[in-house]
Design a protein around this ligand. Structure first.
Ligand code: PEP
Length: 253
């Protein structure tokens, strides 16, 4: 039985001065749902305020990216050691916006994911196809490549610190959602691909989130699917009531 995990991806939307209030509102609205892991992944500059506001609640703070080197001349980057020091517990890796706008590749996803796991943080590794790739019949090929390269040398033991997010790029921030059957089909493919990398028993333990316009109104039917173990939430994570609605659906799934 995999515990459901709902993570918010705040992207570049919330200021440090706004962070505590949003985290506290989320914690207050979701305190009954103790059977769900709840995470707020925030801009790096918000993390100290998020960590502080998470204290005494069941909400955990996370980051949206991390570099693979421990330290050095990497202007603008943030290391896993800095995130650990600040109290973050999770890091989103390989989000499609990083792939699309910032040159992220499957190889750099792999370096980041391994560094995050080695630091004792949990990596939320994102995979997903563009509309063009889906329409060209390349869905399976793309997902398998992103998994095989992105998770190269990730061991079965590492999987205790791994969450995978399936995020069809065409569904992110567009209001378009994959149907529960479409999502389940890809989640099953992800689990089968992971099984080839780390073994079937371990693959059964890894949580796979769906992301792409998940909201209170569609969360329950997505989360009812066998291999959908949670959600990575963009827009709806910025309003405590909406985020709490999704968490309520996860708690009752
Ligand atoms: C995301 O960016 O991870 C995401 C799923 O965004 P949205 O929920 O807004 O589609």
């Amino acid at each position: 039985m995999r515990k459901k995990i709902i993570a918010g991806n705040w992207k570049m939307n919330i200021k440090p001065s706004e962070t505590a209030a949003l985290v506290k509102d989320i914690a207050e609205a979701t305190k009954a749902y103790t059977n769900v892991d709840i995470v707020c992944c925030t801009p790096a500059i918000d993390i100290p305020a998020a960590v502080e506001a998470c204290k005494g609640t069941q909400v955990e703070a996370g980051a949206e990216n991390a570099h693979w080197e421990e330290k050095g001349a990497y202007t603008g980057e943030i290391s896993t050691g800095m995130l650990v020091d600040a109290g973050a517990k999770y890091v989103i890796i390989g989000h499609s916006e990083r792939r699309q706008y910032f040159g992220e590749t499957d190889e750099t996803v792999n370096k980041r994911a391994r560094a995050v796991i080695a630091a004792g943080l949990t990596a939320i590794v994102c995979v997903g196809e563009t509309l063009e790739e889906r329409e060209a019949g390349k869905l399976n090929e793309v997902i398998e490549r992103q998994m095989n390269v992105g998770l190269k040398d990730v061991t079965a033991a590492d999987c205790a610190k791994l969450v995978i997010a399936y995020e069809p790029v065409w569904a992110i921030g567009t209001g378009k959602t994959a149907t529960p059957d479409q999502a389940q089909e890809v989640h099953a493919l992800i689990r089968a691909t992971l099984a080839k990398l780390v073994g079937a028993d371990t693959a059964e333990t890894v949580r796979i989130q769906y992301g792409g316009s998940m909201k209170p109104g569609n969360a329950a039917e997505l989360l009812a699917k066998k291999d959908i173990d949670g959600g990575l939430i963009g827009g709806a994570a910025l309003k405590a009531a909406d985020f709490a609605g999704i968490i309520a659906a996860a708690a009752n799934a």
